[in-house]
Design a protein around this ligand. Structure first.
Ligand SMILES: C[S@@+](CC[C@H](N)C(=O)[O-])C[C@H]1O[C@@H](n2cnc3c(N)ncnc32)[C@H](O)[C@@H]1O
Length: 269
């Protein structure tokens, strides 16, 4: 694995933040106006958040973190990107929502945060940025109080294998320790593709079995594992969009074969 993966990804994510904050995809104005961005299925799977101490790992610029706060959680968000955390702090101040935001590598979260939580919340394009899920699971375990749980809602690695615009298999399902290197600088929020100044990035594919095994190995009890036939992201150009206020769901057209586009896990300490 190249040693500079972390620096490369941090530069990329710092560049992505201003593009994403202003994008229709994230819809910050609708969110500020009170639009719910957590999907009904997530709210059902994660359960009530009222009064819970929650950490959102890889929180980007904090929208999902603040959405959890609006549901009554005491929230902390952590991300490697200084620009992301600065934007999250600004958003929290503008919305007058109490929240703590910390810049750190996930792998150093225990030291950086110095506290434990009822809920570790993460996903939607988080694990693919991490080279080692076993090490990640140890961090999750250490961040949880006894009785607390991880809620992971992630894009399914089956779709990570495929080309951008077809089901053609381009990448190995079982992943590669060195990850995959990309240098197009394209981000996902703008039709046609906005490009970042820093273009290099490293990503990894983690089979669902690797994620589940990593969580079992640290002693977490898996209470929920679901595969979803929809995505919250327009992963393929032929998916059909349904909107529900500020929420978007993409599905295969009627009559076409369905794939697991996302999965969810709830695992308790
Ligand atoms: C696609 S976002 C996922 C966040 C959220 N679901 C969203 O869409 O806003 C991925 C985030 O992971 C962060 N990230 C990537 N590698 C990380 C690492 N090693 N430690 C902490 N954050 C990391 C990036 O800065 C980025 O904000």
């Amino acid at each position: 694995m190249r040693r500079d993966w972390f620096e490369a990804n941090r530069n990329l994510w710092n560049d992505r933040v201003p593009i994403h904050v202003g994008s229709d995809f994230y819809g910050v104005d609708g969110f500020k106006a009170g639009g719910e961005i957590l999907h009904a299925y997530e709210l059902e799977e994660v359960g009530p958040l009222e009064g819970k101490g929650l950490v959102h790992l890889q929180c980007h610029f904090g929208m999902d973190t603040l959405a959890c706060a609006r549901r009554g959680a005491r929230v902390t968000g952590l991300d490697l990107s200084e620009a992301g955390i600065a934007a999250a702090q600004k958003l929290a101040a503008e919305m007058e929502i109490p929240a703590r935001f910390v810049v750190a590598n996930v792998y150093e979260a225990v030291e950086a945060l110095g506290e434990t939580y009822d809920v570790v919340y993460t996903g939607r394009g988080a694990l693919n940025w991490l080279p080692d899920v076993s090490r990640w699971a140890k961090v999750v375990h250490a961040l949880l109080r006894p009785g607390g749980f991880l809620y992971l809602n992630e894009f399914h690695p089956v779709t990570d294998m495929m080309a951008d615009d077809s089901f053609e298999i381009e990448y190995d399902y079982f992943g590669r320790p060195e990850g995959y290197f990309f240098d197009d600088g394209l981000t996902y929020t703008e039709a046609g593709g906005e490009r970042t100044e820093h273009k290099d990035s490293y990503e990894w594919i983690h089979p669902t079995s690797a994620v589940i095994t990593a969580l079992l190995d640290v002693g977490l009890r898996i209470e929920l594992f679901r595969e979803h036939e929809f995505s919250v992201f327009g992963r393929f150009p032929f998916l059909e969009l349904e909107t529900d206020g500020s929420r978007r769901i993409y599905r295969m057209p009627e009559g076409k074969p369905r794939l697991p586009f996302m999965y969810s896990i709830r695992a308790r300490k």
